[in-house]
Design a protein around this ligand. Structure first.
Ligand code: C5P
Length: 223
């Protein structure tokens, strides 16, 4: 892993959760910490890339001066930022845990508890950022996705690889102890159209090195 391998390259990374507003004080979110995406951003910058890190709400700081950070809150904001930055990038890594649904309307006042036992929220599907970028991806660009599966992981990951037009997809299974959301460690497999590589449980920093090694290979013209 030489330090200048990505110099002159632009990499766009999405990270963290998204928050979808319900009313002025509530949202729908998820447990994503952003750690994996931030580790990937640091690793790309360390190897000389110019990184744009589009992140949902997280408790993390960026260290490297090669990282331009764009803070967003909702899936809609992340979609707009990603659409704006991807055309100019050599690679996109979509690590964010984007909400699949958002409330159809946002209440302008705090929703009060009523006498009724049930409250129904109407939700609408958000844009699939990954699929939208896969559809505009140019031949020289590389697009990397993530999948977190609880069942049929191989089949689901392969489906996403095709549907979202990824060059490869990083699979993390929730079934592995120490892997996934909020942990400092992760256990991944990388799946592309040629096959699957399994990696042992490692720190997210080391996992980021494995993923970026794979990205460097995919970006090299004689790969
Ligand atoms: O379909 P699923 O959400 O499991 O796909 C996961 C991959 O797609 C991840 O790379 C994630 O960042 C990306 N994604 C996205 N926009 C969405 C949903 C998922 O970019 N609305």
């Amino acid at each position: 892993a030489s330090s200048g391998e990505l110099s002159g390259k632009k990499v766009m990374i999405t990270a963290g959760p998204t928050y979808e507003k319900i009313d002025p004080v509530r949202f729908i979110g998820n447990y994503s910490s952003g750690k994996m995406g931030f580790a990937l951003a640091e690793e790309c910058a360390r190897r000389g890339a110019q990184v744009t890190l589009i992140t949902g709400p997280v408790q993390l700081k960026t260290q490297h001066s090669g990282i331009i950070r764009v803070d967003v809150e909702s899936a809609e904001e992340m979609y707009k930022a990603a659409q704006a930055h991807f055309p100019d990038a050599d690679a996109g890594i979509l690590c964010a845990a984007v909400a699949d649904y958002r409330p159809v309307t946002v209440a302008d006042k705090k929703i009060k508890r009523e006498k009724e036992e049930e409250l129904t929220l109407h939700l609408r599907a958000t844009q699939d950022i990954a699929a939208s970028l896969g559809a505009i991806k140019r031949k020289q660009q590389c697009l990397v996705g993530f999948a977190l599966e609880t069942n049929n992981e191989q089949q689901n990951a392969e489906g996403k690889l095709e549907r979202k037009n990824f060059d490869f997809i990083v699979l993390n299974s929730l079934n592995d102890a120490g892997a996934g959301f909020r942990h400092d460690t992760n256990k991944i497999s990388i799946i592309d159209r040629k096959g699957r590589t399994d990696y042992p449980l490692k720190s997210k920093t080391e996992v980021a090195q494995d993923i970026i090694d794979r990205l460097v290979a995919a970006l090299s013209p004689n790969f």
